[in-house]
Ligand binder design. Structure first.
Ligand SMILES: NC(=O)c1ccc[n+]([C@@H]2O[C@H](COP(=O)([O-])OP(=O)(O)OC[C@H]3O[C@@H](n4cnc5c(N)ncnc54)[C@H](OP(=O)(O)O)[C@@H]3O)[C@@H](O)[C@H]2O)c1
Length: 283
């Protein structure tokens, strides 16, 4: 029996991945709330094991993950999907120290925390077959958007972490890939509606006043979550997955913007779009 470990399966990409894969694999998923664990057990029964943990709580994360070691000792771990993530928006100048640190903890530090606990079963211990790691990164790991800075910084760090792990784990044959989605129809951005209001009386207030409208507007153009879960399945089936998968409606335009156009040209373009206050969304 092949086991897949997914962080953050209560909603969005994590939930959709669990749902799509639970027929073919045993899924170990993490949630933060006991009610979510109950719902998932009710819906999927023995096909899923649910651990209740907040990835920023080091002691509980360790204890909960250690509780499934006996299972992993029997089967190893086929794939770890580092999916749990949050977006903490706001101008870098005014974002509180604790909000910035929380963003980094969930999206960066916790990925290493969880990965390191599971690495022996992914094959750094020679008793186990080499597995795969999939990090759910973002186009924000490739392009830096204003007022979404802490998220962009966290996803750039995750991109680096993906490369470093891949190069360090090469000797064990463990494959490490990043998926870099543009806007996907999930709850993540809607969770931020109203979050920027606290910055309205800062010098950035004029632009941020229409942030909710911009989020709602660009949400309409978001891609369905299935585009991501299908890539996850493709990686699971591939003997040699790609190192990164950019998922964007206009990949050529995005690559041009992120990698080839001169910085100052992009700075002007981004600020012009912001001034229009309509269809701009950070990723
Ligand atoms: N949706 C997009 O447009 C988009 C684009 C690019 C990348 N991504 C990435 O995709 C991943 C999944 O996001 P999503 O869009 O599916 O959003 P989502 O629906 O909000 O799901 C996020 C998941 O992470 C969990 N989570 C948040 N904080 C946590 C913590 N401290 N400890 C443990 N779990 C925690 C959430 O649990 P709760 O339900 O308890 O909050 C939820 O299960 C994220 O890494 C995100 O950055 C999303």
């Amino acid at each position: 029996m092949d086991i897949i470990f997914i962080t953050g399966v209560s909603t969005g990409i994590g939930y959709a991945a669990l749902k799509q894969l639970q027929d073919k694999y045993l899924i170990i998923g993490t949630v933060r709330k006991q009610e979510d664990a109950k719902e998932l057990k009710k819906a999927f029964g023995d096909k899923v094991e649910i651990l209740v943990l907040d990835v920023t709580d080091q002691a509980t994360t360790k204890k909960q993950i250690e509780s499934i070691f006996p299972l992993l000792e029997r089967h190893g771990l086929h794939c770890l999907i580092n999916n749990a993530g949050i977006a903490v928006p706001g101008p870098l100048e005014y974002l509180s120290e604790s909000d910035f640190a929380h963003q980094m903890d969930v999206n960066v530090l916790a990925v290493r925390r969880v990965t390191n606990l599971l690495l022996p079963y992914l094959g750094t211990d020679s008793k186990y077959k080499a597995g795969k790691i999939i990090n759910i990164s973002s186009v924000s790991g490739l392009f830096n958007a204003p007022f979404n800075g802490s998220y962009c910084i966290s996803k750039h760090a995750l991109e680096s972490m993906t490369d470093v792990y891949r190069r360090e784990l090469y000797r064990f044959g463990i494959q490490v890939s990043a998926i870099e989605p543009g806007p996907i129809k999930t709850e993540i951005w809607r969770k931020n509606l109203g979050q920027l209001d606290k910055f309205l009386d800062t010098p950035y207030g004029d632009v941020l006043a229409s942030a909710d409208k911009m989020i709602a507007n660009s949400d309409k153009h978001a891609m369905p979550v299935k585009v991501i879960t299908d890539i996850i399945e493709k990686i699971l089936h591939s003997p040699k997955p790609k190192t990164r998968y950019l998922v964007h409606k206009k990949p050529f335009m995005f690559r041009l913007l992120a990698h080839y156009l001169p910085d100052r040209f992009v700075d002007r373009m981004v600020n012009k779009t912001l001034a229009k206050k309509e269809n701009y969304r950070p990723v």
